[in-house]
Every structure is written in structure tokens, then in C-alpha cells.
Design a protein around this ligand. Structure first.
Ligand code: UD1
Length: 419
């Protein structure tokens, strides 16, 4: 396995193209199970997670050709059972459950398993499937759903920590082939759910309320093939924006949807970051001296939990105190220990992190604990004095396409070495 080595302290400069959204791609690939027709999905990022989803589709009987960021999916699924080996490595794969249940009236999908960012239950998914008339059993680590017929209903999908992205995806996909009308109240409004809704509509689904907390789905008998271009990854875009801010550099991002980054840009403006919007580009300039800002993560359009770790890394080198709270995954703080190994001064106080900005971080060997925590360590490594070695970079490869190559082109001293 490779480790990533970064020699910090270099300014970055130039342009970077943001890849297609990982979290839009995963449910859209899963949605192709709903039809036997051919689907063409473009701008699919080449990531460990998207490759896992492609493997999962193949294991369910689909034919998938994947070249040059385009996935051509055809043929009929012939199995309703998603294996532990594939589902356990990636929670996103649980969203095959809704399409399988809709197509076969039965589905057996492995529970996604533990995750370092906190307990991640699937009760909302189950509640939604039950409301549509499915009987659910949890047995031997699998969720097994069976229904004679799926029937639309009024479903409230808000949980203890707000709406759920993948539960909304799963229930919407199942409901699109149910009989009658399904109303999902407290649906997740993340742009990735909106993209899935757009794709389902292209497949012939009848859905109102795209991008809102109230989705009305009029079930149809059959869905057909469709083509779709995946939109830019707002989390990758946000990560590059934060890298520019942290290194005091000017970077231009191409293929970016500014309207999905409003809360991040609002907070960064308060930190002193300057930016200029283009049609589908964004130029960001980090200031000489950053100002501290506190953030709390919330469901969209609130501050994204998937940028919390990277923002914390930025605040760790910002003079003054900031408080970072995660209301979506209240235990998502594994990165504190690793940032502190590099000289940061962060302490956890119940559901919040109190960050006291330090003058410098120092390179050190660190361990990536999850996808976004790894991105925070890359940011820290780029600003640190000396050499940082990031181990377990497979986490990073789950969600950032060619990150080391992209950073190299921007002037970063970053390379891979064998462990
Ligand atoms: C998705 C994203 C992930 C992002 C998260 C929140 C994908 C593949 N992943 O994950 O990157 O961090 O949204 O924006 O799209 N919950 C329950 N019961 C459930 C389901 C969730 O209580 O049945 C809780 C979770 O523990 C969490 C909150 O709801 O506290 C939000 O989680 P959810 O939106 O479901 O996250 P995912 O869809 O798994």
C-alpha cells in the first residue's frame, strides 16, 4: 500500500478541474438497477467507491463498461442479494436496497457495518420501506425486505440528526415503482439527492418537489434507460477552496457550482478569504492573515459535515479561537488527535471542538482515519513545516480523484511512496 509524502510550506498556483460528484454518482449508478434498458452516465469520477459500486452492479447481474469517466450500464439484474464483502466497505452501497426491492419485491443487503465517524444506523431506511408495505427482518448481518406489492404512503423521514441523504434516495427509488402516491416529508435536500431525482425523472419517474423537503412520487409501472452527466463534486471543490485559504494562494477552480458552496464561502469571507465567481469557475485567494470563525454543521443548505475536518485544519493555523460543532455526525472528530500530532491545539468538549490557532504546524507521520479526515491531513501537510507522511491513503482514494496529481500541477511537493 502507498503512503503520501508532503513537503509543506509551498504556495499553490493555477487551475484545477473539479471531478464529478461521488455522492451523486453512487445512488445514480444504483438507480440503473430499476431498468433493464441501457443507461449512460458521464463524468463518473474514478474512485475506489465508484469502482466498488460498479463491482456491486456487476455482482447483481448488470453489464457495466467503464472508460474515460463514462459508465455504460445494460442488461437486467438477476440477483436481489448484495454481498457483505462489497457493502461493508462502503456505506453508499446500501442504496441498492430500494431499487432491488422495487424490482424484485425482495432484497437482501448486508448492513453497512461500523464506521469511524460514529454510529450510522439504517432505521430511517427501514421505516421508509415498511411504510411502502415491505416486511423487514434483520438476520445474520443482513437486512431482508419482502413485499407482495409496494404501495405509496405518507412517510416522515426526519431522524434524531435531521433528514438522511441515503434513506431519502432509497425510499424515493423504491416509491418510484410503487403503486399510488408516496409523500416523503423531511426529505434530505442535498444537491446529490436532487441529482438522483433528476436522473429518475429522466428515466420516466413522476416526482414533484425536486430539491425540497417534500417529495411527491407518483408510482409508475416501468422506468426506461436514460443518460446523465454527473455534476461537480461540491466537497472536492470546497476542499480546494480551503487549500487556497490555508496556503494563502490564488487558485481557480473549473467545473464548480458556486450556488452549492454558499455557506462555506460566507464563512470564509468572514475569515478574510477573497473570491471571484465566473460562469462555472471560482477564483479564490487566501489572505496573509486569517481570522477565526466558528462553524456548526447542519443538513444542506447548512455547513456540510463533509467539510468539517478540512475547515478544522484551516482553523488550527488561524490565530484566535474557533468552535466547531457537528450536528450531523456528533462524533466525527477522529482527526483532532492527528492534527494535534502535527502541533495543532484542539480539544474536544462534548459535541464541539475548541480550536486555538497555532503559528505553525509541523510535519509528522499521521494516519488517515476516514475520507474527509484524510483531506484535512493533506491540508495540514501542505501548510506544515517539514515532511508529513500520511498512511492509509486508501481512505483518500475513496473520494478524491487523482488528488496527488492535481496538487502536483498546482505546485505542491507531494508524492507517493510504498509503505
Ligand atoms: C451521506 C453522504 C456522506 C455525508 C452524509 C451527511 C453518501 C454516499 N454519503 O451519508 O458523505 O456525510 O450524507 O451529509 O451520500 N441517520 C439515522 N438513521 C438512518 C440514517 C441516518 O439516524 O437510518 C443519521 C446518521 O447517523 C446521521 C444523520 O442521520 O447522524 C445523517 O446521515 P445520512 O444523511 O443518512 O448520511 P448518509 O446518507 O449515510
Amino acid at each position: 500500500m502507498d503512503k503520501l509524502v508532503i513537503e509543506g510550506g509551498k504556495k499553490l498556483k493555477g487551475e484545477v478541474r473539479v471531478s464529478g460528484s461521488k455522492n451523486s454518482t453512487l445512488p445514480i449508478l444504483a438507480a440503473t438497477l430499476l431498468t433493464d434498458d441501457k443507461c449512460v452516465i458521464r463524468n463518473v469520477p474514478k474512485l475506489r467507491d465508484t469502482l466498488t459500486m460498479i463491482k456491486l452492479l456487476r455482482s447483481l447481474g448488470k453489464t457495466v463498461d467503464y472508460n474515460n469517466n463514462t459508465a455504460v450500464i445494460s442488461g437486467a439484474a438477476n440477483s436481489s442479494s448484495a454481498d457483505y464483502k462489497l457493502v461493508s466497505t462502503m456505506r453508499g452501497s446500501f442504496c441498492v436496497m430500494g431499487p432491488l426491492l422495487a424490482k424484485f419485491r425482495t432484497a437482501k443487503v448486508s448492513l453497512p457495518g461500523g464506521c469511524v465517524i460514529g454510529i450510522r444506523p439504517v432505521d430511517l431506511h427501514i421505516k421508509g420501506f415498511q411504510a411502502l408495505g415491505a416486511g423487514i427482518e434483520v438476520e445474520g448481518g443482513y437486512v431482508i425486505a419482502k413485499a407482495k406489492q409496494l404501495k405509496g404512503d405518507l412517510i416522515y423521514l426526519g431522524g434524531m440528526f435531521g433528514p438522511s441523504v441515503l434513506a431519502t434516495d432509497n425510499v424515493m427509488m423504491a416509491a418510484s415503482l410503487a403503486t399510488g402516491e408516496t409523500i416523503i416529508e423531511s426529505a434530505a435536500c442535498e444537491p446529490e439527492v436532487e441529482e438522483l431525482t433528476e436522473f429518475l425523472i429522466k428515466m420516466g419517474a413522476k416526482i414533484e418537489g425536486k430539491g425540497t423537503p417534500r417529495l411527491v412520487i407518483h408510482g409508475v409501472k416501468k422506468l426506461h434507460g436514460a443518460e446523465y452527466d454527473i455534476g461537480p463534486d461540491r466537497i472536492e471543490a470546497g476542499t480546494f477552496v480551503l487549500l487556497a485559504a490555508a496556503t494563502g494562494s490564488t487558485l481557480t477552480l473549473r467545473n464548480v457550482n458556486y450556488s452549492q458552496l454558499l455557506v462555506l464561502m460566507d464563512r470564509l469571507e468572514q475569515c478574510g478569504v477573497k473570491f471571484k465567481k465566473g460562469k462555472d469557475s471560482l477564483t479564490v485567494t487566501g489572505p496573509k492573515k486569517l481570522k477565526p470563525v466558528s462553524v456548526t454543521t447542519y443538513p444542506y443548505p447548512g455547513f456540510p459535515t463533509d467539510l468539517q475536518a478540512q475547515f478544522m485544519a484551516l482553523m488550527s493555523i488561524t490565530p484566535g479561537i474557533s468552535i466547531i460543532t457537528d450536528k450531523v455526525f456528533p462524533d466525527r472528530f477522529m482527526h483532532i488527535a492527528e492534527l494535534n500530532r502535527m502541533g495543532a491545539n484542539i480539544r474536544r468538549d462534548n459535541g464541539a471542538a475548541i480550536v486555538e490557532g497555532v503559528r505553525n504546524l509541523f510535519g509528522a507521520p499521521v494516519m488517515a482515519s476516514d475520507l474527509r479526515a484524510s483531506a484535512a491531513l493533506v491540508l495540514a501537510g501542505l501548510v506544515a513545516k517539514g515532511k508529513t507522511e500520511i498512511h492509509r491513503i486508501y481512505h483518500l482514494e475513496r473520494g478524491y480523484e487523482n488528488i496527488d496529481e492535481k496538487l502536483k500541477k498546482l505546485g505542491a511537493k507531494i508524492y507517493r511512496e510504498k509503505e
